[in-house]
Write a protein of this length. Structure first.
Length: 148
């Protein structure tokens, strides 16, 4: 029975450390180290009961997580810069062409980035097909445009 427990802890420790390559975040490797701590404790005769095994596993995993993880993250820089994901910011001010008339208070269509989009004119304007307009805003999926 003790050999089975030893093998299970050893296998789970190796598996959890290998899973770190598939699930990034630098957590699984320290949980795996907790399993290996139980293996070493069993090997040297410090741990023999199931309660001691799980207690050692949980405590050592938490200690590794809160000490070694922050230490590793401190000395191994990661890419934390995130690019701007607000597409509206890039589109605002773009000049586009009307492909379906926009009558006062109604929707028309503009061509932007090779696609056709709903558009409405700012204020009480009528804009005809073929005219150039500037995108000034967005209301859900409808671009708000104004004559140039």
């Amino acid at each position: 029975m003790e050999n089975l427990a030893f093998s299970l802890w050893l296998g789970s420790g190796i598996f959890l450390m290998a899973v770190e390559f598939l699930v990034p975040g630098l957590v699984m490797v320290f949980v795996g180290l907790g399993s290996l701590t139980v293996v070493f404790g069993m090997h040297f005769g410090y741990i023999d009961g199931i309660l001691q095994q799980f207690t050692t596993f949980f405590i050592s995993s938490i200690i590794y997580l809160f000490t070694l993880r922050f230490l590793v993250l401190r000395f191994v820089p990661s890419v934390t810069r995130k690019g701007n994901i607000d597409e509206d910011e890039e589109v605002m001010g773009s000049i586009v062409e009307i492909i379906a008339d926009i009558n006062s208070g109604e929707l028309g269509r503009v061509e932007h980035s090779g696609s056709s989009w709903q558009a409405r004119a700012e204020g009480d304007q009528t804009i005809l097909k073929g005219e150039q307009v500037k995108i000034i805003g967005r209301d859900n999926i409808t671009w708000i445009v104004q004559k140039i």
